[in-house]
Design a protein around this ligand. Structure first.
Ligand code: HEM
Length: 516
């Protein structure tokens, strides 16, 4: 069995294959181009002549991520880099170990728990709003150009610190604490602007003995890796201290409600044989910080950009938020509850459309742990002219799941899949024939056993921040924000065309939203 006959783009060099096109340039643009040219399963060439598959076919993704359980694993070659990113937490482990981690973590991420985090989201978004109001009121034109992304990044860092660990990063107050500084621009500094050689070195990690890769990741004097190492090491230090505090609070019968406290409690009630070790518990802090901070911050930034581009969507959203606010005041309350956030259909539609259109994690990678046969929604024609309804893949085949490609798949979202339109969610004209994801049949949070455990947390955080910000402010574009790019850096972060060296940014014009 072989994937050599799957259609795909030609490559310019044996050394680099198609990787420069795949990893440089705007995030996911090449996925859309190849999807259009070659279909939903594309053969791409990795450096040194290895064939891989780029997949956006719904049934194939459903099979790889849901039906086949743990038979598609995270590629072992990236293990040492993942160890640095996420520690030995849930995102690092496979199979039975993963089941064990997931069971202990789940109590911290359920629906009932999420409602305790909502006040935290409102506190942090309210704090950000106060600072913006101050900036606007002191300007002559009663308007300020704000780098919205640097604010969403800091506010969500404070929010995840408080909700997940009961830890104060102080990022909105520009804290110079080393851990706060370490999480500033972490993804961009580490993964952005990939050169041909950095794509090649990622691939070499698959081929070299793991002890060499480990030495390289831990010691190589490379600036990108140094930033990551600092964030990792500081997180381990803080996590150890926090764990001690959580155990003491539990022993004193004064438990808190942050995710780490719930995790410690759940772990204690496990059978000692299946309990997480201290190293694994510490790793959960690395994992949650890596998986939960910049992802939500960036999704929020894309939301504000889309609203700045579309004043009519922004107005309609503000009208709905203010109607709900009046209803809340009329019943004698002052705060939005989870039910209030869930009962604004246009807000939900905007959030789902942003998650569809700008999936911040735009692809994930898996490797076949054994020979396998992947079913397809639509037959594909091989280079030999033969038409097949399923694809046999040999053990070791690497599959790049194009989350962005699936989220724009015309058979699922309609002919206008490449248009940003929240109204599609109200009309309900999306095709749910192949259930795949955990939210809105999107693949943004992945699917199956390893789907995003924090999706409810993220969705509520987005809802709360959008309510606070759109209720108070109006966004419009600046000259720079008309040139926003989706920069690939392990996720898709906003940068300004021609100013990529300045890092991620989103300069928008912000005024106070009229109450009339
Ligand atoms: C818009 C925001 C978010 C997006 C788009 C997102 C997306 C994803 C995706 C695609 C995966 C699967 C990765 C893979 O299998 O290779 C994932 C896993 C994960 N996410 Fe999220 N995520 C978001 C927010 C969060 C938040 C807020 C948290 C925690 C507070 C979180 C925690 C996790 C964890 C722990 C995993 C690993 C799950 C496992 O391996 O079982 N995520 N996320």
């Amino acid at each position: 069995i072989s994937i050599a006959n799957i259609r795909g783009p030609p490559w310019k060099s044996w050394l680099y294959g198609n990787f420069p096109e795949l990893f440089k340039g705007e995030a996911a643009e090449v996925d859309f181009k190849w999807q259009e040219q070659y279909g939903d399963v594309v053969r791409v060439r990795a450096p040194l002549g290895e064939d891989r598959l780029l997949v956006s076919d719904p049934k194939a993704l459903q099979y790889i991520y849901q039906t086949s359980g743990y038979r598609f694993i995270k590629p072992p070659g990236g293990k040492e880099l993942r160890r640095l990113l996420t520690g030995t937490g849930i995102a690092f482990v496979e199979g039975e170990d993963h089941k064990r981690h997931r069971k202990v973590l789940l109590p911290g991420f359920g629906g009932p728990e999420a409602k305790f985090y909502v006040p935290v989201f409102f506190t942090q978004s309210g704090k950000m709003a106060s600072k913006w109001k101050e900036m606007i009121s002191t300007s002559d034109e009663q308007c300020a150009v704000i780098d919205v992304h640097s604010w969403t990044s800091r506010a969500t860092l404070d929010a995840i610190g408080e909700a997940a660990f009961d830890y104060q990063f102080g990022a909105l107050d520009n804290s110079a604490e080393p851990l706060t500084v370490a999480y500033t621009n972490l993804m961009f500094d580490t993964f952005a602007v990939t050169t041909d050689n950095s794509a090649l070195s990622m691939c070499l990690m698959d081929l070299l003995p793991q002890w060499i890769v480990r030495l390289f990741v831990q010691k190589a004097p490379i600036k990108r890796l140094e930033h990551l190492r600092t964030a990792h090491d500081l997180t381990v230090q803080v996590a150890k201290q926090l764990l001690k505090e959580k155990y003491e609070a539990l022993a004193a019968e004064k438990p808190k409600r942050d995710i780490m406290s719930l995790l410690v409690k759940a772990n204690l009630s496990e059978n000692p044989k299946t309990q997480l070790s201290v190293e694994e518990l510490v790793g959960q802090m690395n994992t949650i910080m890596f998986a939960g901070h910049e992802t939500t911050a960036t999704a929020l930034s894309w939301t504000f950009l889309e609203l700045a581009r579309r004043p009519e969507v922004q107005d309609r959203l503000r009208t709905q938020i203010r109607e709900k606010e009046r209803a809340i005041f009329a019943r004698g309350d002052t705060e939005f509850s989870v039910q209030d956030l869930d009962s604004m259909p246009y807000l939900t539609a905007v959030v789902k459309e942003v998650l569809r259109f700008h999936p911040v994690v735009f692809n994930t990678v898996r490797q076949a742990a054994q020979d396998n046969v992947i079913p397809l929604s639509k037959p594909v024609t091989l280079t030999t002219g033969k038409v097949v309804q399923e694809i046999a893949v040999p053990k070791g085949t690497t599959i790049i799941a194009s989350i962005a490609g699936y989220n724009r798949h015309k058979s699922v979202w309609g002919e206008d899949a490449h248009v940003f339109d929240p109204a599609r969610w109200l009309a309900g004209n999306t095709n749910k024939e192949v259930p795949i994801g955990v939210y809105g049949n999107l693949f943004t949070f992945s699917g199956g056993l390893r789907s995003c455990i924090g999706w409810r947390f993220a969705v509520l955080e987005l809802h709360a921040f959008i309510v606070e910000v759109i209720n108070n402010f109006e966004f419009s574009l600046t000259k720079e924000s008309e040139r926003i790019r989706r920069e690939a850096c392990g996720m898709m972060a906003p940068t300004v065309e021609g100013e990529v060296q300045k890092g991620s940014q989103l300069p928008l014009r912000v005024t106070i939203a009229s109450r009339q």
